[in-house]
Write a protein that binds this ligand. Sequence first.
Ligand code: UDP
Length: 363
Amino acid sequence: MKKLLTIIGARPQFIKASVVSKAIAETDGLQEVIVHTGQHFDANMSDIFFDQLAIPRPHHQLDIHGGSHGDMTGRMLIEIEKVLLQERPDCVLVYGDTNSTLAGALAAAKLHIPVAHVEAGLRSFNMQMPEEVNRILTDRVSNILFCPTDAAVANLAKEGFPYAMASGQPQCIAQVGDVMQDSAQLFATRASAPEGVALRDGFVLATIHRAENTDHPQRLGAIVAALDAAAQSTPVVLPVHPRTRNILAQQHITPRHITLIEPVGYLEMLWLLQHCGLVVTDSGGVQKEAFFMGKACVTLRDQTEWVELLQVGANELVGADQEKILDAIERNLGRMVRDERALYGGGQAAGRVVAGVKEFLGE
Ligand code: UDP
């Protein structure tokens, strides 16, 4: 029996881990220990996902959140190392690009514990983004790189991967597809309308939480102004990330027509995605979920890691330009898109991740 230690801490990681943890539980020869760093801790940013998606309760709750990036990552590194020394896992599994991802990968690498990175190889080529720093450094110290797309594999090749690891063996690089498609498919039939909001199909679903928007009042102001203007003709629903809510208040940015709601659970989010007429977002995950649901997406960023969505015309980058956002909303509202080529693996990724880890560990 091999021990796999999973490190999660932020909302998208709970959603990704849900399907992989299920696949681990269904596989002989693997035991999973879950560590929750505490990066996201509000009930509607954390507990609700464990409940709705039946993720096993974490064995270790580190309760680390807040502070600057260095402060948070440093505290995680210290505490994760203690857990690794206690648990002595055969492999550490990390997801995506958060501070929890980097702290987990770094702590494991320094203890010579193999690291598996789910969502390896993604790049925005913008080193100002904390996520870009986290993903590049995590990839470098990972032994198994599970890439979601061909573009991610190509990014790694351009950067000289695979590197030789401590054992002298090259890193394993596998294109497995995107575990978020597995989650979207698995839970689609359980989607449920958020309580307390009356909505007719065809509304605009918006999310904003990236530092590149929230930390620049001018960008945030322009995005909110554009959504507010759009909301005068079509309802715009915005589940507000706690960070965004705080910054909107601090900056005295007050949307007047947008329907602001608390962050919703994943099943409610799936319902909103199924029933909206357009997605407007700066989220990584939500760009793809729009696509999985056949909806066009207007992306409030200057780059995206999900370049294939641009190539197939499903997604349009508009940055934080008020005019461009409004124009893109008008042109894309109600436009359906199709996944002709199963760009993200068609819902098979979690099984491939677990099979890849098993093979690597010789189980
Ligand atoms: N999500 C959710 N409730 C919300 C907003 C988002 O369940 O109120 C889900 C969304 O469907 C996606 C994930 O959270 O699966 C995306 O997380 P986020 O946008 O925070 O992070 P990113 O994908 O940008 O890393």
